[in-house]
Ligand binder design. Sequence first.
Ligand code: IDP
Length: 138
Amino acid sequence: MAIERTFLMVKPDGVKRQVVGDIIDRFERRGFVMRAAKLMNVPRELAEKHYEEHKEKPFFNELVDFITSGPVFAMVWEGENIIKLARVMMGATKPEEAQPGTIRGDYAVTISENVIHGSDSPSSAEREIKLWFNDELV
Ligand code: IDP
């Protein structure tokens, strides 16, 4: 299994609730390595590009409003099979399916304010790392 990189982001609700430290701790304890990170406000254009696959969905505007509503903590993480494993650690998108012990299962009760984003495939990871970090990677 190859070493992969993925894009993870603590969403505005997670930053507000001060769970950034816990989330970093979970990935470090698992043995993954942080390669880049920044606390930032998200320009609307970047939010729209990030979520462009959902452009036609009824919740698109709500989603972009939410992700631009306060600072996010954007990160690049590295490790073996991290793209899939990070998704498992995050928990399911639907709150009723997010298992206790996962990040969403421990912190989130709504589908819209669900604490964390993580790339869902190697192609998304590559696209999102470029979009959010350009050439700022270590
Ligand atoms: P993911 O974040 O688990 O990959 P996606 O289906 O890619 O889930 O959806 C992206 C984000 O859009 C979700 O994390 C969630 O915040 C939001 N979202 C998804 N479905 C809905 C919905 O039905 N209503 C409101 N927000 C939604």
